[in-house]
Structures are given as structure tokens and as C-alpha cells.
Write a protein that binds this ligand. Structure first.
Ligand code: NAD
Length: 493
């Protein structure tokens, strides 16, 4: 029997208005394992109405900032208690390694604790305005209903990045998780209720992008869209949101360079390169999918990366010893294989892998062999487009200028890695690379305290850190005239 899930609206389970359901697949077994409600416009309307009512209801509006912080802390505690269960659900649903999903879910409470602490420290200011009879101050207010749209690769982590600050700021939420990995969202939302948030503050509508996502983005009562996903859907969301002049934050894809200089600690650099591309089967927006190696060490270093990657253990993602799991969705699996074929056609040299994984331990799952291409030129598709799979493109460079030129010669700018023992070079590269995050002698590090987001086509706005709470607030300026008499009404004050 497959587990069945309904939508979650106004504090209750809701059967989708059409009565339809769709299947959620287990990528390791290549078989469906859960049935989800197929939400549509009626469900979105009901969820937004519930969130809008909750936004104005004293049951939520009347809780002061310290109280909101307390609720967020309680939710953080509940997530910590349920982390093992939620992590296992995510692995079942998206096929990523249990070791990775457990680490992610165990880290999520920190976002709730951090923004719990920030909730009652959102302060306006008194402005010593240039008009002496005026008393002028600012206050920061929530926006209203926030639509959260999230992808399948890190379902709860990426939701937490949005939900914790949005709630700390006093907003309410309608969340559309990915159609490929929604089960953890529906389990998670029951914790929101248990933490004591009033009904309607967080709602979940499962379903597909065009049906649920677009209705949500264009709904007149939605004030802001916080989106993480692919570039094409991000563009569509941005266009639709523009019609309603809505606020938007977009976390999109990347084609991040991992740059290894001859003066690097090469043992560490090999591990950093591997973790950047193969750890999550390449299914991470920050994948270091372009390896740039200084020419003087190119052949030796690439040999070492190939040798290391060839030892990766593939198989059941819920086995903690597995190092590379399946690709999450069937269309994505086919897309990755198509990229591999196009790289071969364009003349890249396949140094490792280069096709589907048929090892017995991969069973019926959608596995792609860890793949490394040499002789890649910056113009090839494999060097320019996001693969979102375990495929690494290797490009040589001569010096710092060359590394910056090749590193930045793409439309994206999410992240970059630099491997060097020279601090001056590290700082100079950090300054020159066009990316929202630059890691030096490390890769794939994130924290609730550190802003994250993209340059160029990798996104708009930031998540995490103190300042980004303002992505969920608007500023009101209040003027009080202390003069007893209104002067000439025909002249601007
Ligand atoms: P996707 O764009 O296909 O889907 C993301 C979400 O958007 C899903 O919930 C989907 O249903 C919804 N959606 C799709 N079309 C829509 C539309 N027209 N209107 C409204 N919503 C719509 O992305 P995905 O395949 O789930 O995730 C992979 C992508 O996400 C990759 O490109 C990856 O780089 C990106 N990503 C970015 C970050 C980041 O923080 N920058 C993090 C993780 C993933």
C-alpha cells in the first residue's frame, strides 16, 4: 500500500478540489512509493485565502515579536527531534544520500533558532530629519502572504531558508514543494502546527508548476514569491510576478568553477573537487561542475581526480556507506545522459564514466556513472550549461588572469572554489570572481549566518544572514508634525 497525502490548508488536511492524485517516485527503486494530492487553482485560492486571513487575524498578528521567536524555537526543537525520520523520507523521495539528507535536516533547526533570536531585534530608527518641527521614524512591517516555491534536491533545507525569516518577520506562507519530492513538506507542516503556530500561517499545496505555481505567483493576495529552482522556471516566475509588481527572490542554477592553482595543497584540492561534483550526484545548484586546473599540474592533478572518483561506491542511498546515489527524476536522468552524448559529439575526451551505471548494486535506479571530460573548451555545451548530474568538465588555464577570464565567462555566478596556499592570490581571486559565494580551500560550506545567492543569472536577492530578513519586510516612514499650525498648504513641506 502506498502512503497517501493530502494538501494542508488552514490547519487541516485538504483533499485536492479535483480529487486527483499523482505518484511520487523512489529514484533508487524507480517505482512510486507515495500518492500526493494534485492541487489546482481552487486549492491555491483556498490556501491563499487562509494565509491572508491568518495574516490579519489577531491569533497571529497579536503575537509579538518575542512570541514569534518562541514559536520558531519550538519548531526548531521539533525538527531536531524528528530529523532522522524526515531525513529518511527525503532520501526515499529524492534518492540523495541518507548521510547528506540527515546532515541537512539536523542542521535546519539552526535557521529557526537564528531567526527566532532576530525576530525581536528588527528595529526601525528615529531620523534626525532636517525639518526641526517634525518627529520622523521608520518601522519595518511584514509583507503579507509569501509564496514559497522549492525544488526537489534539498526540499526542507531550502524551504527553511525562506520559512524561518518569513515567519520571524510576521508573514504567512503558502508553500508549493517540488512535485518530485513533496512528502517531507507534508510531514514537516504537521510540526509547524505542533509548535503552536495558528492555523493558516503555513499552508502546503502540492502539485505541478503550471497549475499550482503559476496560480500562486499571479494570485492578487500574494505579496512576495521566494523561489528556488531552475533558470527557465525562475524566468517564468519573474515575468508573471512582474505583472503584479510583486517582490521576488530567486535562487537559480549555476555552472561554478572550481579553480586549482599549482601552489595548492593538492591532496585537499582533490577531495574538494570530488565533493563539489560527485557528493550529491551533482544535483546541487552549487556543484563545482567546471574544474579549472593550472596547466603546469594539469595532467598529474586530473589523473588523481579520476583515480579518486573511480573508487566512489554507488548504490542504495539509504546505506550510509554509499557515496554516489541515483539521479532524482527520470527526465533529469535522460537529460544528464544527453549532456554526456553532446560532450562526446563536440570532441570532449571522456576520462571516466560516460553513461548509465549498470553495476548490480544500482538495481533499477536512475544511476549515471561519475563522469569526467577532459579537452573541454569554454565554448562547449558541457562547459556552459548546468547539467545537474555527476558530470565534471575539465579546462586548463595558464595564470590568474586566465583563470578569472575562463571562470567568469558564463552567464551564471552562484559560487566558485579557489585552491591555493598563497593568501594574496586567494584574496585577489575572491575579489575578481563574479560569484555570490567564493570558497577558498573548501567547497560546499553554507551557514544560517552567511548570505547566500547568485550573481548574474544565478538569482536575485540573498538567503540566510541578518540582512536578508529585509527581503520579507517593508519599511514605513512615519512623520509627526509637532507644530501647532499647518503652514501654507500650497507649498510642499
Ligand atoms: P524547477 O525549476 O523545475 O522546479 C522548481 C520549483 O518550481 C518546483 O516546485 C516546480 O514545480 C516549480 N515550477 C516549475 N515551473 C513553474 C512555473 N511555471 N511557475 C511556478 N512554479 C514552477 O527546478 P528543479 O528541477 O526542481 O530543481 C533544480 C534546479 O534548481 C536547478 O537548476 C538548480 O540549480 C536549482 N537550485 C538552485 C538553488 C539555489 O539556491 N540557487 C538550490 C537548489 C536548486
Amino acid at each position: 500500500m502506498m502512503q497517501q497525502y493530502d494538501l494542508y490548508v488552514d490547519g487541516q488536511a485538504r483533499v485536492a478540489a479535483t480529487g486527483e492524485r499523482f505518484e511520487s517516485f523512489d529514484p533508487f527503486r524507480g517505482k512510486p512509493w507515495a500518492l500526493l494530492g494534485r492541487g489546482g487553482p481552487d486549492d491555491v485560492n483556498a490556501a491563499v485565502d487562509a494565509a491572508h486571513r491568518a495574516f490579519h487575524d489577531p491569533a497571529w498578528r497579536g503575537i509579538n515579536a518575542t512570541g514569534r521567536g518562541r514559536l520558531l524555537s519550538q519548531l526548531g526543537d521539533l525538527i531536531a527531534e524528528n530529523a532522522e525520520r524526515l531525513g529518511r523520507i527525503e532520501t526515499r523521495d529524492n534518492g540523495k544520500l541518507l548521510a547528506e539528507m540527515l546532515a541537512q535536516v539536523r542542521y535546519i533547526p539552526q535557521w529557526f533558532y537564528y531567526y527566532a533570536g532576530l525576530a525581536d531585534k528588527i528595529e526601525g530608527s528615529v531620523i534626525p530629519v532636517d525639518k526641526p518641527k517634525m518627529f520622523t521614524f521608520t518601522q519595518h512591517e511584514p509583507l503579507g502572504v509569501v509564496a514559497m516555491i522549492t525544488p526537489w534536491n534539498s526540499p526542507l533545507l531550502l524551504a527553511a531558508w525562506k520559512m524561518a525569516p518569513a515567519l520571524a518577520a510576521g508573514n504567512t506562507i503558502v508553500w508549493k514543494p517540488s512535485e518530485f519530492a513533496s512528502v517531507s513538506a507534508l510531514e514537516f507542516v504537521t510540526l509547524v502546527e505542533r509548535a503552536g503556530f495558528p492555523p493558516g500561517v503555513v499552508n502546503v499545496v502540492t502539485g505541478f508548476g503550471p497549475e499550482v505555481g503559476e496560480t500562486l505567483v499571479t494570485h492578487p493576495k500574494v505579496a512576495k514569491i521566494a523561489f528556488t529552482g531552475g533558470e527557465r522556471s525562475g524566468q517564468r516566475v519573474y515575468e508573471l510576478a512582474a505583472r503584479g509588481l510583486k517582490r521576488v527572490t530567486l535562487e537559480l542554477g549555476g555552472k561554478s568553477p572550481n579553480i586549482v592553482f599549482a601552489d595548492a595543497n593538492l591532496d585537499n584540492a582533490v577531495k574538494g573537487v570530488i565533493s563539489g561534483i560527485f557528493a550529491a550526484s551533482g544535483q546541487t545548484c552549487i556543484a563545482g561542475s567546471r574544474l579549472l586546473v593550472q596547466r603546469s599540474i594539469h595532467n598529474e592533478f586530473v589523473d588523481r581526480v579520476v583515480t579518486f572518483a573511480a573508487t566512489a561506491r554507488m548504490g542504495d542511498p539509504s546505506d550510509l556507506a554509499t557515496q554516489v546515489g541515483p539521479v532524482t527524476t527520470r527526465p533529469q536522468y535522460e537529460r544528464v545522459l544527453d549532456f554526456i552524448e553532446s560532450a562526446k559529439r563536440e570532441g570532449a575526451r571522456c576520462l571516466l564514466g560516460g553513461g548509465p551505471a549498470t553495476r548490480p548494486e544500482c538495481g533499477e535506479g536512475w544511476f549515471v556513472e561519475p563522469t569526467i571530460f577532459g579537452d573541454v573548451t569554454p565554448a562547449m555545451r558541457i562547459a556552459r550549461e548546468e547539467v545537474f548530474g555527476p558530470v565534471l568538465a575539465v579546462l586548463p588555464f595558464d595564470d590568474d588572469d586566465d583563470a578569472v577570464r575562463i571562470g567568469c565567462d558564463i552567464p551564471y555566478g552562484l559560487a566558485a572554489g579557489v585552491w591555493t596556499e598563497n593568501i594574496g592570490r586567494a584574496l585577489s581571486m575572491a575579489k575578481r570572481l563574479e560569484a555570490g559565494t567564493v570558497w577558498v580551500n573548501t567547497y560546499r560550506a553554507v551557514s544560517y549566518m552567511v548570505p547566500f545567492g547568485g550573481y548574474k543569472r544565478s538569482g536575485i536577492g540573498r538567503e540566510s544572514g541578518q540582512d536578508m530578513i529585509h527581503e520579507y519586510l517593508q519599511t514605513k516612514s512615519v512623520w509627526i508634525d509637532t507644530e501647532s499650525e499647518v503652514p501654507n498648504p500650497f507649498v510642499m513641506r
